[in-house]
Design a protein around this ligand. Structure first.
Ligand SMILES: NC(=O)C1=CN([C@@H]2O[C@H](COP(=O)(O)OP(=O)(O)OC[C@H]3O[C@@H](n4cnc5c(N)ncnc54)[C@H](OP(=O)(O)O)[C@@H]3O)[C@@H](O)[C@H]2O)C=CC1
Ligand SMILES: CC[C@](O)(C(C)=O)C(=O)O
Ligand SMILES: [Mg+2]
Ligand SMILES: [Mg+2]
Length: 349
């Protein structure tokens, strides 16, 4: 444990694995997070049953990975800890299927606080309600577990019926590999609002919008789509890898002085105070529930806007150019190529 920061960070030694090792965990859903939690828990020696609906397209994968599969209701009935890892929008309906399987003292656990924070699920008063939220896409939660690296994560406690909810969440975080990297305790509110803001304004929405605007600016000015792709998308990974390893400083150290001067002077011309005001607006709509209401209504209407936006994104020219270029990369034919090989080739471009 370290208290060097304003927040306490928990590591492997802070977790008491007896809090999870003797429990049965139902992992509901076998998608991005579900497959990672279920396999990591099982590899850590925890008894796991995967809960999937009848006819689920995920069933074959879970069984091929050697896991027991039951319906969500059966899995919850058999389990002490129920990990809700189906999409946020279907969680309220799945909760109705598993409610009766939650006994007093069981734990209902989430990887994101949306449905608790925005009151879409009202859990029984006599169960623990916790969160273990890896700060990463699920596929990397699995990959990092297998490599021994681990993935940073958050824990939160909304209801503590047994008095050991936090200890159990930490033990679960240990079993999926999060305490190897570091785990911070937060609240359902803080996790929900920061996660939604981050994915909308920066990580997913902000970055893709920046990439597309940069690509379109170059192509509209007559430069080749291939050049624009390499400059605005491909090299993004390499630059972000440096920030990931050593912060903004490591990236600035590695690029040329010319890039550093240009970046420091022009970056805030592009992402200026208007972008900041827009970010504040995005945050406000997360905080006051506007985004949550819109997302719930969009689903109730059959996702008309979402479908249209997905279609447009998939058909953006940068996707066609990127698919073509990635097929030509040296490692495309080479099944033995490592991530290092790929980065070396990328760096040479
Ligand atoms: N994606 C991520 O990396 C992250 C996600 N989270 C959170 O984790 C949770 C899970 O998200 P994520 O992993 O993206 O989810 P996915 O979209 O990957 O979940 C898909 C799984 O849910 C099942 N499923 C879908 N619809 C239903 C349904 N109506 N009834 C029963 N099962 C259903 C699917 O089974 P089927 O084959 O039957 O459709 C599949 O197994 C969310 O709360 C999310 O916010 C948190 C951190 C990161
Ligand atoms: C950044 C998107 C995310 O919040 C995540 C992978 O952490 C998600 O909801 O998928
Ligand atoms: Mg997230
Ligand atoms: Mg999220």
């Amino acid at each position: 444990m370290t208290d060097d920061f304003t927040t306490t960070v928990y590591y492997d030694d802070d977790a008491d694995r007896s809090q999870i090792d003797d429990e049965t965990v139902a992992v509901l859903g076998y998608g991005s997070q579900g497959h990672a939690h279920a396999q990591n828990l099982a590899d850590s020696g925890v008894d796991v049953v995967v809960g999937l609906r009848e006819g689920s397209s995920s069933r074959a994968a879970a069984e091929a990975d050697g896991l027991a599969v039951a319906t969500p209701a059966e899995a919850a009935e058999a389990a002490d800890v129920v990990s809700m890892l189906v999409p946020d929008t279907v969680q309220p309906a799945v909760f109705e299927q598993i409610r009766d399987g939650l006994d007093a003292g069981d734990t209902l656990q989430f990887a994101h606080g949306f449905n608790i924070h925005y009151n879409q699920i009202q859990p029984p008063a006599d169960v623990n309600v916790t969160m273990v939220a890896p700060k990463s896409p699920g596929h990397l939660v699995r990959r990092n577990y297998e490599s021994g690296e681990g993935t940073p994560g958050l824990i939160a406690v909304y209801q503590d019926e047994t008095g050991t909810a936090k200890e159990q969440a930490l033990a679960y975080a240990h079993a999926i590999g999060c305490t190897r990297a570091g785990v911070i305790q937060t609240s359902f509110r803080e996790e929900t609002e920061t996660d939604l803001f981050g994915e909308q304004a920066v990580l997913c929405g902000g970055v893709t919008a920046l990439i597309k605007q940069g690509y379109e600016t170059l192509v509209d000015a007559g430069y080749s789509p291939e050049m624009a792709y390499f400059e605005c998308l491909n090299e993004m990974k390499l630059i972000v890898d440096l920030m990931y390893e050593g912060g903004l400083g490591e990236m600035w150290d590695s690029v040329s002085d010319t890039a550093e001067y240009g970046g420091l002077t022009q970056g805030s011309v592009v992402v200026d105070e208007h972008a900041r005001e827009n970010m504040e607006q995005v945050l406000e709509e997360v905080q006051d529930g506007t985004f949550a209401r819109n997302w719930i209504t969009e689903n109730q209407a059959g996702r008309p806007s979402y479908t249209q936006l997905r279609h447009a994104e998939k058909n953006h020219e940068i996707e066609e150019v990127g698919a073509r270029l990635r097929d030509l990369f040296a490692w495309a034919e080479d099944e033995d190529a490592t991530e290092d090989d790929k980065q070396r080739v990328n760096a040479d471009d």
